[in-house]
Design a protein around this ligand. Structure first.
Ligand SMILES: *Cc1c(COP(=O)(O)O)cnc(C)c1O
Length: 423
């Protein structure tokens, strides 16, 4: 337990002693109306831009200008291999072996491509289980997969729901669903960290449960990657997907990550959609031979990828590599713990935190309900220079991210909230 204290002096002192304090300077921080640094709390939605990103992107623009098509094989980072420059650091961040990870496509696209392989329904076993408050894109994706295979998208969808009057999900309830209907469930697909409540699930526990009942298990880790230790390999999950523009700071709409557990990496019997980038690298350009699948997660690629976006990812991953993920998580726990401490001081009759209290069951985000609040509260916060996120009906999501947010940011956020609440 950390001994947090009230007051600005404490926040400043923590910032001064912060071993990661130099990293904020490596990011572009958006400004408020007065030209001051905004209190940016939406790294869970769009991570900020590292200053080195422009250099990395410009390098590839220059290669293109100077080398044209030769840039595929020449220059400092030949495009033909570009995704490989991202693999090791990305694997490290999500806790996977390099052969299990690839950066390709976008998030919802990857989710569909993974379901092509891991959602293979039969007449008896065709249902998909998701969390009741799954991110809309994920819900739409699984509904369309059900329809695509000729099933009813309502009847075939099972929701893991919180109990009456609760927000968080309980594993006992998941187990009860599986016990009851497991033999009809083909796929369990859960958001590794729920986007709304911030609940970080025990991926191994869910995977073990799903596998016990013969289901495939996959995770959407959009809110987990770069935020919490996912340990994907050790979880035993069949697959996982995530985006790189949230905690991974790689720019709006940037490419997404994909994990395929090594036990599936070289299974020709798994159905999959392929393209020339899934083909053996050595013979890819012979062009006329029969298809020869690449082993590992790379074998799910389709196209030659957008290099400019990948350059932005490489820049961001270099920052992560420099920091080290473990020390980042340490600061994250401390910073979010401090945020929780200040919020609780406002009075639990005014503020309710719906995110789990246990630091092992959450990342940096806290989802806050303010008594009798509506969107005008969020509008006032925005006007005061706080960039946070409002989700209907009554939740403000704030994510102090350890790479660029400070203790004083958190202090300011709560001070401004307090001022607004006191009218
Ligand atoms: C952010 C997010 C998405 C967004 O999907 P895109 O395909 O990148 O637009 C989908 N699912 C989850 C769980 C997310 O958090």
């Amino acid at each position: 337990m950390t001994d947090y204290k009230l007051g600005r002096d404490y926040a400043r002192q923590q910032d001064q002693n912060d071993p990661l304090k130099t990293y904020r300077n490596q990011f572009h921080i958006p400004k408020d109306e007065d030209g001051e640094d905004a209190v940016y709390m939406t790294g869970n939605s769009l991570g900020l831009q590292p200053k080195i990103t422009a250099t990395y992107v410009n390098e590839e623009l220059e290669s293109w200008a100077k080398l044209g098509v030769e840039g595929h094989v020449e220059g400092k980072h030949p495009w033909l291999h570009y995704h490989e420059f991202l693999t090791d650091t990305m694997a490290d961040i999500v806790g996977a072996k390099p052969s299990e990870v690839v950066v390709m496509n976008t998030l919802t696209a990857n989710l569909h491509f993974m379901m092509v392989s891991f959602y293979q329904p039969t007449k008896e076993r065709y249902k998909i289980l998701i969390e009741s408050d799954a991110f809309p894109s994920d819900k739409y994706a699984v509904e369309s997969q059900l329809r695509h295979h000729g099933f009813d998208d309502q009847e075939g969808l099972i929701l893991w729901q919180p109990r009456e009057g609760e927000e968080l999900l309980r594993y006992e309830d998941l187990e009860a669903i599986l016990e009851d209907q497991g033999e009809h469930i083909a796929l369990v697909l859960i958001g590794g960290v729920n986007y709304y409540t911030g609940q970080f699930f025990n991926l191994k526990r869910i995977t073990d449960l799903g596998h016990k009942y013969g289901c495939m298990v996959g995770f959407d880790c959009a809110h987990g990657a770069g935020n919490v230790p996912l340990n994907l390999h050790q979880s035993g999950a069949d697959f996982a997907v995530w985006c790189t523009y949230k905690y991974l700071n790689s720019g709006p709409g940037s490419l997404a990550g994909c994990f395929v557990h090594e036990r599936h990496g070289n299974s020709p019997e798994l159905n999959r959609f392929t393209g020339w980038w899934s083909h053996n690298k050595k013979t890819r350009f012979n062009m006329r031979g029969a298809f020869d699948m690449l082993p590992g997660a790379e074998g799910w690629q389709l196209s030659n990828p957008p290099i400019l976006s990948m350059a932005a990812i490489r820049a961001s991953l270099d920052v992560f590599k420099d920091v080290g993920f473990e020390i980042l998580v340490q600061k994250s726990k401390k910073l979010t713990g401090y945020f929780e401490f200040l919020l609780k001081d406002l009075g639990e009759d005014v503020i309710r935190i719906i995110t789990p209290e246990n630091p092992e069951e959450r990342g940096c985000q806290l989802s806050i309900q303010v008594k009798n609040a509506d969107k005008t509260l969020h509008d006032k916060l925005t006007k005061s220079g706080v960039i946070s996120d409002w989700r209907e009906p009554d939740v403000i999501r704030c994510a102090p991210t350890p790479l660029y947010n400070t203790f004083e940011d958190v202090y300011e956020l709560v001070e401004r909230l307090k001022k607004i609440l006191n009218g």
